[in-house]
Write a protein that binds this ligand. Structure first.
Ligand code: SF4
Length: 497
């Protein structure tokens, strides 16, 4: 077996309540390497053609990589895949936190879920021993309570839990899978797949660290993070302001999506910026396994929104989708939307963007009060935004039933020109990077198999002369002979993707 892996993948057939340990050979590990490639292998093997993404025949995988669990800054990641209820194509999402390393230590390199449990269950793995347990008492709970209850039930507060919230149970098509109460497999609706399988949660604990080939080398690479943090401007900014630092950079570039992408500048950008967040509601920073950067925000508000730090603070994408997309300038309300998404288990990008789409439709007279259950859903109205979010998570009323389908399906249902207000690719809402100012991002949005995604390629700003953290040598590796502006989409940059 190659170093870094256990050589074991757990296949949980929820219909049959059967747990089988697959032990692929070294060729499997060397061919597929890790992450989504592992997932695709099992999905292609078990998923029938034409399967309903929310039916029992869908296949959900959570896979690790060879260095998951090795103490390198920024590397505690895992990948989830399934047929997406949002796009109907393959779904793909990554998450960090401490769960990935703990899953590796529990003795497995990945998990495959088949079928549908008759009643709610959760998977518990302790040091290589998996077990399906009753989750009836957990059904209906948010991510915070689910994690708390499982730790209490199993008597160990170091157990790591990943779960779906109420949005996944209610099959909202942009539902997320949450770990640590605030880390998300956000995109492509995989929380709804979990809910459709009656799989409430996965809990892991273990001490089975796989062997590494060169312990000395691991030690030396592990210390790089701390050294880099002192000299790397990008990492320093990430530590101080988190990804929220991007708000003002995007505003200055004219690429901060505003009022459902109808503008690239937001007159109140400063009010939702990373700097403002740090000055006002930031109470601490958090991290993922072995990462020295500690970029994750913890925020608290003591106003009517009552945001608790355990549910995390908003990233750049969330500040945009619930801020500028909806023209909401109240940072505390945006932080509340973020906390609700983490607890209910929702992708903040698709949820915020779907509400922004509905706001534009309402403003233009396309979405009448009958469809919104009487809610006046105007741009800039923070309370209306939060009410729409609650309706979406619980599929409450006409508005909730409509928004929980995602904007593309909602537009197909109501018509009346609402299709012209969509900002989606393959049915997935676009993240907060406008192709107008990041030209090749538009190309990636268009061709990416799981829809508009900002993590599937380098950002155009990385190719610029003044990008700061990129050398010409790095550009040459991509086939670029010189730096190129973010708005360039010439042959050289296109062919480098
Ligand atoms: S703390 Fe931030 S930089 Fe470090 S691994 Fe987590 S998300 Fe990445």
């Amino acid at each position: 077996m190659p170093y870094g892996y256990h050589g074991k993948i757990l296949i949980a057939d929820l219909t049959a309540r059967q747990l089988v340990i697959d032990e692929p050979d070294a060729a499997f590990y060397r061919t597929y390497m890790g992450g989504a490639n592992f997932g695709m292998h099992y999905i292609l093997k078990h998923l029938p053609r034409g399967a309903d993404p929310l039916g029992p025949e869908n296949v959900l995988t959570i896979m690790l990589s060879v260095i998951t669990g090795v103490p390198f800054s920024g590397q505690s990641r895992m990948t989830a895949n399934a047929k997406s209820p949002l796009t109907g194509a393959i779904g793909d999402s990554q998450a960090g936190g401490f769960f990935p390393a703990e899953l590796k230590n529990s003795g497995f390199d990945g998990l495959v879920f088949l079928g549908k449990a008759e009643r709610p269950v959760y998977l518990w793995i302790k040091d290589g021993a998996p077990e399906l347990r009753d989750a009836s008492e957990l059904w209906g709970l948010g991510a915070w309570d689910t994690e708390t209850r499982i730790r209490e039930e199993l008597g160990d507060d170091k157990i790591e839990v990943t779960c779906c919230g109420q949005a996944g149970e209610n099959l909202a098509r942009m539902a997320a899978i949450i770990n640590m109460r605030n880390r998300a497999f956000g995109r492509t609706g995989l929380g709804a797949v979990m809910g459709s399988k009656n799989l409430k949660a996965i809990a892991v604990r273990g001490s089975q660290r796989p062997a590494v080939a060169d312990a000395k080398m691991v030690k030396s690479v592990a210390s790089l993070g701390a050294t880099e943090l002192k000299t790397n401007r990008g990492m320093e900014e990430l530590r101080d302001l988190g990804t929220a630092a991007t708000v003002m950079a995007q505003e200055f570039a004219g690429g901060l999506p505003t009022r459902n992408y109808t503008s690239g500048t937001f007159e109140d950008a400063e009010a939702i910026s990373g700097e403002r967040l740090a000055e006002t509601i930031l109470v601490d920073r958090n991290t993922c396994y072995a990462c020295v950067v500690r970029c994750k925000r913890e925020v608290e508000t003591d106003d009517k929104y009552q945001v608790k730090r355990e549910l995390g603070g908003p990233e750049y994408e969330t500040l945009a989708t619930f801020g500028s997309y909806c023209a909401v300038k109240d940072l505390n309300a945006v932080a509340k939307a973020n906390a609700l998404c983490n607890d209910y288990g929702l992708d903040t990008i698709s949820a915020g963007a779907t509400i922004a789409w509905a706001m534009e439709c309402f403003e233009d007279g396309i979405l009448p009060l009958d469809d919104t259950d009487g809610l006046t859903l105007r741009f800039g109205d923070a309370d209306a935004m939060l009410q729409a979010l609650e309706a979406l998570a619980f599929r409450r009323g006409n508005l909730g039933a409509l928004l929980a389908e995602g904007s593309a399906r909602a537009a197909a249902k109501i018509g009346r020109g609402s299709e012209d207000r969509l900002i989606t690719v393959k049915g997935s809402e676009a993240p907060a990077h406008m192709p107008q100012v990041k030209r090749s991002m538009g190309l990636i949005y268009a061709v990416n198999p799981f829809g508009a995604d900002h993590q599937s390629s380098e950002h155009d700003t990385s190719y610029e002369e003044n990008s700061g953290d990129r050398s010409l040598g790095w550009l040459a590796e991509l086939g670029l002979t010189k730096p190129v502006p973010a708005t360039d989409l010439g042959a050289e940059k296109s062919s480098s993707h």
